[in-house]
Design a protein around this ligand. Structure first.
Ligand code: GTP
Ligand code: MG
Length: 599
């Protein structure tokens, strides 16, 4: 278990530089004909780092080289421990470690290529170790959140290309491979490393299915799904439903973490209350207090009950008392805001519409929460799944989730409606696009720079038209992959049509409050932007209904089956293969390296 110990120390090091140096040195031994003697000579660095490096060497590095020396010469036997060693670091570490492994400095892909990982007739332990490494790294890294550079993206693409269906090795084959003699340290290392990495994969992926790498799953497909659409259209709700229905999702568990929501709710609702008070004070300022300075006004806030109040002010006071007396925790705050009596307190003039809209969005789950005035007495509030689905928090960081089914692995990316500049990074890798549209967006107002007002559906149409017609190289890929136009929030449409006629916003619409007519009209409005040859289908749903989301998932599944493996591979892999000459030089220097290591 020395290697496990070593990897654990490595990933716990504060300095990524130490890790980089160490990996470079190990790699140098395999790559540049360096012996273990001079491996640590370069850049000894400060004393502390030196000490750490020495410890590392004592604990693992030399044993590693020794283990390789004792193994029976095959270069695959030599490379397997190293690749598994990297895999172990990626599995036990975090995205920084995965990033480093793929960085230009280490140039692991070149190393893997030189040992034949990308060869057509590839086989053996090195190849299997390479696949394991690929899988761990792909689970560790999120293209946007981790700010991947072109080099790293390319490395992932190239590594991914080793995971073609049909090339996978069965458990049986894995067991048959020669790992060296039974008592060889490398054999022990390999066995342990594989076990550790497999356990880690289960933890990351939450499912045994992800280990299909070792099973007879020749048809395993890898599907990337990109969620696009205007803010508040329901993209994150779809993700949440998928997470809630599959308890094996990976990276963004916070999306459905009650603690996270309570914290967010507390912060945002407190800000909301503050805003209410500010409006009130501003009014009072203007009309009565003749522009006190903001701090003085703030300090006087608690004195408000002594002032002569209008009806609205009385309500705010009531609210203030309520908050002061009753709210001591996030749970209390949520319960108060969820209560019917609080809802009645709210009665704001139109010019506060925007803030109110935001606040109401925050409280979207209120009717499903404790609709009971006594609920605020409870010290904590355990949100239900419905609460989690109902609460809106604008997506400002990319969400990535992976799900596996029997024969496919799905990665969903949700970048948020306000992040259109960042979607572009996902396009080259996308297999299926879900363009989500809110059916009730037609009368909703968006605000930009406090002045530009535009209806949500107009913005959605603009975005969709842009996607259908954009001519940039990067966009070409997106235009050729299947797109599902997802019309969401069906459950809210009937009421909306009654209270806000569609005709007020689209004068040529004459279907009244008939939901079918409205759906047809809106659908056609979008479809007219579709260019010939584009693969667009339509899906109507309510994201709060888990069955609907499952049906959507099934549709994605069906569509992805139609994408041939070849097409996906070509689209995703923009690699310039090494020339034969380059490979033979690399192989030569590798062989020379082994000779120096007395292999
Ligand atoms: N009733 C109902 N509410 C929905 C539906 N879909 C989404 N919502 C609610 O609409 C609000 C916004 O949904 P999100 O999924 O967070 O929207 P989004 O598209 O991720 O928005 P951004 O992150 O700003 O891009 C949330 O309060 C959801 O609960 C639906 O089909 N029916
Ligand atoms: Mg979102």
């Amino acid at each position: 278990m020395k290697y496990n110990g070593l990897a654990t120390i490595l990933v716990n090091l504060n300095s990524m530089l130490d890790l980089q140096r160490h990996l470079c040195d190990v790699l140098d031994c395999l790559w540049d004909s360096k012996t273990s003697k001079n491996a640590f000579k370069r850049e000894a660095g400060e004393e502390a780092s030196r000490k750490k490096l020495l410890e590392l060497r004592a604990d693992g590095y030399e044993s590693y080289v020794a283990a390789c020396s004792q193994a029976q010469t095959s270069r695959l036997l030599l490379s397997s421990p190293f690749i598994l060693y990297l895999t172990l670091i990626a599995a036990l570490g975090d995205s920084r470690h995965a990033h480093l492994i793929l960085s230009e400095e280490l140039d692991i892909v070149r190393f893997l290529r030189s040992i034949g990982l990308f060869d057509k007739d590839r086989t053996g332990t090195g190849v299997m170790a390479g696949r394991l490494l690929t899988q761990v790294i792909r689970l560790r890294l999120c293209p946007v959140a981790d700010g991947l550079t072109g080099v790293v993206q390319d490395a992932i693409s190239e590594l991914s290309s080793t995971l073609e269906p049909g090339d996978l090795v069965t458990d049986h084959m894995w067991a048959q491979l020669e790992w060296g003699s039974a008592d060889s340290p490398s054999r022990e290392f390999l066995t342990n490393a594989v076990k550790i990495v497999q356990n880690e994969l289960i933890r990351m992926d939450g499912t045994q299915a992800s280990l299909n790498l070792y099973s007879d799953s020749h048809n395993m497909r890898d599907v990337k799904v990109l969620l696009l659409g205007e803010g508040c259209s329901g993209k994150t709700t779809i993700m949440k439903q998928l997470i809630l229905s599959r308890h094996n999702s990976t990276s963004f568990t916070a999306l459905c973490d009650p603690e996270y929501y309570l914290e967010m709710m507390e912060a945002r609702l407190r800000a909301f209350l503050q805003r209410i008070m500010d409006w009130f004070l501003e009014d009072q300022c203007n009309s009565r207090w003749a522009r006190h300075d903001a701090h003085t006004v703030g300090a006087n806030f608690h004195k408000l009950p002594e002032l002569d109040m209008s009806t609205r002010s009385q309500r705010l006071l009531e609210l203030n008392d309520f908050v002061q007396v009753n709210i001591t925790s996030a749970g209390d705050l949520c319960a108060v805001l969820a209560s019917t009596s609080f809802a009645k307190l709210l009665d704001f003039p139109l010019d506060h519409y925007r803030s109110l809209l935001e606040a109401l969005n925050d409280m979207a789950g209120r009717s499903r929460m404790h609709d009971d005035d006594t609920a605020h007495k409870s010290a904590s509030l355990e949100p239900t799944n419905q609460n989690l689905l109902g609460w809106y928090i604008q997506t400002t960081e990319a969400h990535q989730e992976s799900f596996t089914t029997k024969d496919s692995s799905y990665t969903f990316w949700d970048c948020g409606g306000q992040m259109s500049d960042r979607w572009v990074q996902y396009f080259p890798q996308t297999d299926v696009v879900l363009f989500v549209v809110s059916l009730i967006g037609y009368d909703q107002v968006s605000f930009e720079n406090h002045s530009v007002y535009q209806d949500g559906m107009d913005r959605s149409l603009q975005l969709f038209s842009w996607i259908c017609t954009a001519s940039e190289d990067l966009m070409k890929r997106l235009r050729t992959c299947p797109l599902i136009l997802v019309f969401n929030q069906m459950d809210l449409l009937a009421d909306k049509l009654e209270t806000s006629p569609l005709r007020n916003h689209f004068p040529d619409y004459d279907g009244g409050s008939d939901t079918n007519a409205a759906c047809e009209y809106i659908k056609n409005h979008f479809l007219k932007h579709v260019q010939s040859g584009q693969n667009v289908s339509v899906f109507f749903m309510s994201a709060i209904d888990s069955k609907n989301v499952e049906d959507l998932f099934e549709k994605v599944h069906q569509l992805s089956r139609s994408i041939t493996t070849k097409a996906r591979r070509t689209a995703r892999t923009s690699i310039i293969p090494a020339s034969e000459a380059e490979i033979s030089v690399l192989k030569f220097s590798l062989a020379e390296g082994f000779a120096v290591l007395n292999l």
